[in-house]
Design a protein around this ligand. Structure first.
Ligand SMILES: O=C(O)c1ccccc1NCC(=O)[C@H](O)[C@H](O)COP(=O)(O)O
Length: 219
């Protein structure tokens, strides 16, 4: 089975180069002003050019209005929108039709009952992401470096297209793959040396850990 890997919160050419060299299938840009990973749409548009033909460029937004989304889509030309807020199924459908782009809807989870919240989005969102709930006091809906109990994903339909996210790093990604066997994974703060500062060496180390885990499972 192929495994999609998204490196999120890219801001520099060096981090982008490391993500692509490692074999990222998706690269993410954060359009949430309070985030240390925020990039301007035009800068994301410049950075994402390196990914063309190699990885999908994902615009991560949080309950963004149409005016901001218009600016993002025009400036960055994403391949996909990641909706990381409280967007309703109707809003997801509206944005798919407005921009003609696939949408990944994020749901924050901590227990098995939270998984049920995907139901109204099935057939509307193209893909899902399960991320951990932000810790109390966090200003960020994502990028908090917090994991959830990956075993709650084992009850999902085998064909559901999703990414497992939240608190991944080189040390724990093998366990996540073994426990949940997800079709995709996503990482941000686990490959940073400080909030918002991606470390190419940590990115390389993460890809190495993924490869080792997959080789071990194949053996
Ligand atoms: O990363 C952010 O700063 C962020 C801010 C606002 C909304 C979403 C954000 N990140 C989205 C992602 O896809 C992250 O990769 C995901 O939450 C996992 O982050 P981490 O736990 O740090 O690996």
């Amino acid at each position: 089975m192929t495994l999609d890997i998204k490196i999120c919160g890219l801001k520099t050419d060096a981090a982008m180069a490391a993500a692509l060299a490692g074999g990222a299938s998706h690269v993410g840009f954060i359009f949430f002003a309070k985030s240390p990973r925020y990039v301007e749409p035009a800068e994301a548009g410049r950075l994402r050019q390196a990914a063309t033909g190699r990885a999908k460029a994902v615009a991560v937004t949080v309950d963004a209005d149409d005016a901001f989304l218009d600016e993002i889509v025009a400036g960055m030309q994403p391949d996909m929108l990641q909706l990381h807020g409280a967007e309703t199924p109707a809003r997801v459908a509206e944005l798919k039709s407005r921009y003609g782009l696939p949408v990944m809807k994020v749901l924050s989870v901590s227990e098995a009952a939270d998984i049920e919240r995907i139901k109204p989005y099935i057939g509307i969102a193209d893909r899902f992401m399960f991320d951990a709930k932000p810790p109390k006091g966090s200003q960020l809906p994502g990028g908090n470096g917090v994991a959830f109990d990956w075993r709650i994903l084992t009850g999902l339909d085998a064909g559901l297209d999703y990414m497992l996210s939240g608190g991944l790093n080189a040390a724990n990604v093998g366990d996540a793959l073994r426990l949940a066997n997800p079709p995709g994974i996503d990482i941000s703060s686990g490959v940073e040396s400080a909030p918002g500062v991606k470390d190419p060496a940590l990115i390389e180390q993460f890809f190495r850990a993924v490869r080792t885990a997959r080789d071990d499972r194949a053996a």
